[in-house]
Design a protein around this ligand. Structure first.
Ligand SMILES: Cc1cc2nc3c(=O)[nH]c(=O)nc-3n(C[C@H](O)[C@H](O)[C@H](O)COP(=O)(O)OP(=O)(O)OC[C@H]3O[C@@H](n4cnc5c(N)ncnc54)[C@H](O)[C@@H]3O)c2cc1C
Length: 266
């Protein structure tokens, strides 16, 4: 079995996310990291391999992003991927979700995976949609919010998945190849060993441009994206809170009760 894992480079959690008003795109100037949700997808791939129900010949990390995104691929490899593919091309800049999903699907098409795994959401765009778009282009079934996954190897391998739904849990059997986005409750990602971190840069990395994976240039990039950024408004400032210094507890309690009562919270 060949598993491809989609991974994305995102601004580090400590960096305040903001849109650059001059371009209408995310300001990506700060510290960046591998999208934390994608570490669960890599771990899920590793657990399928280590589970041994089916032989996993290859785990391939795939990303679309600028030059710097190579660091997210190195991290993915240090967490267990065998090699990585980096789709990078100036023509892709500004792509919306539909264009990004199409471009990733074209990149995956060349790899012919039996299973595509991805995170539930990116920590910056938070669209939760790439899995569905990729699956549609590849003509594969797709599941989201999967929190348990077992390989069933009858005549042809399939997956028995548990997915988190609003009303409880769905159990779904899905035939392969398939695109599965995993919820962060699926596992506890491992930490990379120092040896794996040091060795990650030596693992094969295939850098491809749009022509290499037959991406139609008229379907990608900001100019050709159906969603166009118009404007952004900062969330309204929160009113300052009220601090009650406790000198006399009875009086403090009275003040808190009065405060709650005034707002009809009692
Ligand atoms: C008008 C417009 C312009 C934009 N311009 C840019 C831009 O210039 N640069 C930019 O980076 N984004 C840009 N975006 C955002 C970009 O479209 C989204 O980041 C992208 O479509 C993926 O959506 P998401 O990150 O919300 O993914 P989600 O659907 O929330 O992510 C789910 C999972 O999909 C996978 N995934 C998502 N994106 C990638 C990727 N690139 N490579 C590999 N795996 C991935 C990850 O596994 C992730 O966990 C733009 C969006 C709009 C609407």
């Amino acid at each position: 079995m060949k598993i491809c894992v989609l991974v994305k480079e995102v601004p580090d959690a400590a960096v305040e996310k903001r849109i650059d008003p001059s371009t209408g795109r995310m300001d990506r100037s700060g510290e960046k990291n591998l999208n934390p949700y994608d570490t669960h997808a890599i771990e899920a791939a590793m657990q399928i391999r280590e589970g041994g129900a089916v032989p996993v010949e290859e785990i391939v990390a795939v990303t679309m992003g600028p030059e710097s995104a190579v660091r997210a691929l190195h991290k993915a490899v240090s967490l267990g991927a065998d090699r990585s593919v980096h789709l990078t091309d100036a023509a892709l800049a500004g792509s919306d979700v539909a264009a990004t999903g199409y471009a990733l699907a074209q990149t995956l098409r060349r790899e012919q995976p039996d299973l595509v795994l991805l995170g539930q959401q990116s920590d910056d765009g938070e669209c939760y949609t790439i899995g569905a778009v990729v699956a549609e282009h590849l003509g594969m079934p797709s599941l989201t919010q999967v929190i348990k996954m077992d390989i069933e190897s009858d005549a042809a391998p399939s997956l028995r998945c548990e997915r988190q739904a609003e009303y409880g849990y769905d159990t779904v059997k899905v035939s392969l190849p398939a695109v599965i986005s995993v919820g962060d409750a699926i596992n506890e990602p491992r930490y990379p060993s120092l040896k794996a971190i040091m060795g990650a840069k030596k693992k094969p990395l295939d850098t491809v441009a749009i022509g290499d994976v037959e991406i139609d240039a008229s379907k990608v990039g900001g100019e050709h994206s159906a969603a166009q950024w118009i404007t952004v408004k900062a969330p309204p400032q929160k009113a300052a809170g009220m601090i009650i210094e406790d000198e006399d507890t009875a009086e403090t309690v009275e003040k808190i009760v009065a405060w709650l009562d005034e707002r009809k919270l009692l």
